[in-house]
Write a protein that binds this ligand. Structure first.
Ligand code: WTA
Length: 634
């Protein structure tokens, strides 16, 4: 584990007077103390900033813990807060989204235009029979219609399940099946590095495997020929042009605890978990965290460069920025297409003031050298952000110096799909240490504890836990409440704490340092994958009897996957088989899950009870000491 750990540096970065002066939160310490003195009063105050059709009777209901309920009895709709309320104010004509496609085409959406498109799309979904509570799967690239579809679902009370466009037909089919979606929204294709990713072909395969889908709505993006199945497939632009697609659509009144979306993420088993978030608490949590951590003001140009297919995009592209009425940038393609300065050109052209991205992207762009960013005017930037994995000090310093010109603090935000929003993150007025997410957000009690629940002293590794509920927390694993309880609340059942799955340490100043996952989750380029998923993908190939996958540190991608396969009797390993297995994983899960290295072995290190000892494989792969081998059966 320790090779993933960025050692605490004694380096401090203090915010400049200019940064401090304009920060929305000027005194983190005081705010944190106030929040902890009365957590319910604190969240009550934040929730008042949103629109509620009916107020809540109770801020927090703990009677059925860990199935917490927030803003009990309150009625709202996240789409109302993101759109309807803005079009009634001066923000109606403010830009909500500035979008640029990879080929260079552009679109802008004012709040008014976005509101109308969402209403039209909501009416189209209704005409396809989508009702409150129905699940709709969305599988698209980074185009405005993705945001529009998500908001349209929310508007009519449907539950969206966005599947990242990099997932394969098999992974998509599993997620359609688990959510039981009858309607799927996709595009003909997506642009990536000048090539077309043929999304519609993948959808056809997936729907063939999961025939529960009755209607497929297809956005024309790349314009190449696709097969349209009569009676099932509809062009988005055709339906959006019909009279049924009226730009008026009543927003469905939702209970605070009604589901908003399911987002699948990897855990310790081969089956992805459907993390469920709700309308009320999630709206309050994401909007408060974004406003304070990124200090977003009306004249900002905010750019979160994540993909809406992951939680960062859900919370900090689709929902929070619109709730707080921001203007944001969305870019469709790769950061280095056609040249490694594509992002820097976008920053200069649109006057981006806040840029939020991931360490893997920073390291990737850093490799191309300083000349690419230096060619552009990046002076508009005032704040930077990082998420997804620990940021190593070299990448931090490069980002700070070359991109932020030493005047833009970096908000290193630690959080998870499950947490809905930032949990440990600085605010612009907080002094930084490169590689640390600093301290918990107000209202959040985080700690590092040993297996008995005793707080670890400074500098000692332990489990990162959250000691109380917060509004943005997941409510359950879709269709599997038992797994929810077991996964997150069984390790510290007596105390009722949430187990994050990360190991961390605190330093003398109470700053948190994330070491990495201590379960079988691997972060590859910031994407979350389970070793069990990769392993079950490999053994589904006819040549493989048993497999083990591990994450191995990599300079750019954070981690890469190494896989060890025991072949079935009579099968011999060959370079062709390696290629075939890689191809197999590409189809089973997606390109992000393809192992960098596949090795054929005759045995796997196992405990006497038959569990694969991945730590032994990892030690061998990285040349680290193998540790205690007393349980190894050789
Ligand atoms: C890791 C992404 C260090 C962590 C929002 C966590 C981080 C997992 C950071 C969740 C960070 C996320 N520093 N590690 N700033 N942010 N992580 O669900 O291991 O895709 O548990 O959510 O990413 O990944 P997920």
């Amino acid at each position: 584990m320790s090779q993933e750990f960025s050692p605490p540096t004694s380096e401090w970065y203090y915010p400049s007077d200019a940064v401090k002066k304009q920060a929305i939160v000027s005194d983190y310490e005081a705010l944190y103390r106030k929040s902890m003195a009365d957590i319910e009063a604190f969240w009550d105050e934040q929730a008042q900033k949103l629109h509620w059709f009916e107020p809540w009777e109770k801020v927090l209901d703990t009677s059925d813990a860990p199935f917490y309920k927030w803003f009990v009895g309150g009625k709202t709709n996240i789409a109302y807060n993101a759109l309807d309320r803005h079009v009634k104010t001066w923000r109606r004509n403010k830009l909500a989204i500035i979008w640029e496609g990879e080929p260079g085409d552009k679109q802008t959406y004012s709040y008014w235009r976005l509101w109308r498109e969402v209403n039209k799309c909501a009416n189209v979904l209704k005409s396809l029979g989508v009702k409150k509570g129905d699940r709709v799967t969305i599988y698209m690239g980074r185009i405005p219609e993705l945001v529009i579809s998500m908001l349209a679902c929310a508007k009519i009370g449907a539950v969206h399940s966005v599947v990242y466009g990099g997932f394969s037909e098999h992974a998509l089919a599993d997620r359609i099946e688990d959510a039981q979606s009858k309607v799927l929204i996709t595009a003909d294709g997506a642009w990536l590095r000048g090539n077309i990713v043929k999304l519609k072909d993948i959808v056809d395969e997936a729907v063939h495997r999961s025939p529960i889908v009755e209607s497929v709505l297809v956005v024309k993006r790349t314009g190449h020929d696709v097969k349209m199945q009569q009676g099932r497939d509809y062009w988005y632009h055709d339906l959006m042009g019909l009279p049924i697609a009226s730009p008026q659509c009543e927003t469905t009144v939702m209970d605070a605890e009604d589901p908003l979306f399911i987002l699948y993420t990897s855990g310790t088993t081969g089956k992805p978990k459907g993390i469920l978030h709700t309308h009320g608490g999630y709206s309050v949590y994401t909007s408060t965290t974004l406003q304070w951590v990124f200090d977003v003001k009306d004249d900002d140009r905010y750019w979160c460069a994540a993909d809406p297919g992951w939680i960062t995009g859900h919370s900090y592209i689709v929902y929070a920025p619109l709730i707080i009425g921001a203007t944001e940038i969305i870019y469709e393609g790769a950061p280095n297409h056609p040249y490694p300065d594509r992002w820097w050109r976008l920053v200069a052209e649109y006057g981006v003031t806040i840029l939020y991205t991931a360490p893997t992207a920073i390291r990737g762009l850093m490799r191309f050298g300083d000349a690419w960013p230096n060619r552009h005017d990046l002076s508009s930037i005032r704040l930077l952000g990082s998420v997804g994995e620990p940021i190593n000090p070299e990448a931090w310093r490069w980002f700070h110096k070359v991109i932020g010109k030493e005047k833009s603090p970096i908000m290193d935000t630690w959080w998870q799909t499950e947490t809905g929003g930032f949990m440990i993150a600085p605010m612009p007025s907080v002094p930084l240490k490169p590689g640390s997410g600093t301290r918990p957000f107000p209202g959040i009690e985080a700690d590092v504890v040993d297996e008995h629940g005793v707080s670890c002293p400074p500098g000692v590794d332990g489990n990162l836990v959250i000691k109380g509920p917060w509004p943005g927390m997941l409510r359950t694993i879709y269709g599997d409440p038992e797994r929810f309880k077991k996964q997150y609340f069984s390790a510290y059942e007596k105390q009722g704490w949430y187990l994050t799955g990360d190991s961390a340490r605190k330093d003398e100043d109470g700053y948190f340092w994330i070491i990495g996952r201590n379960d079988d989750v691997i972060k590859v380029s910031g994407y979350r994958l389970g070793t069990a998923e990769v392993e079950s993908g490999l053994v589904s190939h006819p040549a493989v009897a048993e497999a083990a996958a591990i994450g191995v540190p990599d300079d750019v991608r954070g981690n890469v996957i190494y896989a060890y396969c025991m072949l079935k009797a009579g099968v011999t390993g060959s370079p062709e088989l390696v290629d075939a297995l890689k191809d197999h994983i590409r189809h089973e899960i997606g390109p992000i899950a393809v192992p960098t290295k596949i090795e054929f072995v005759t045995a796997l290190p196992k405990t006497r009870s038959g569990k694969i000892m991945r730590r032994v494989l990892k030690a061998r792969a990285t040349g680290a000491p193998e540790g205690d081998l007393s349980t190894l059966e050789e």
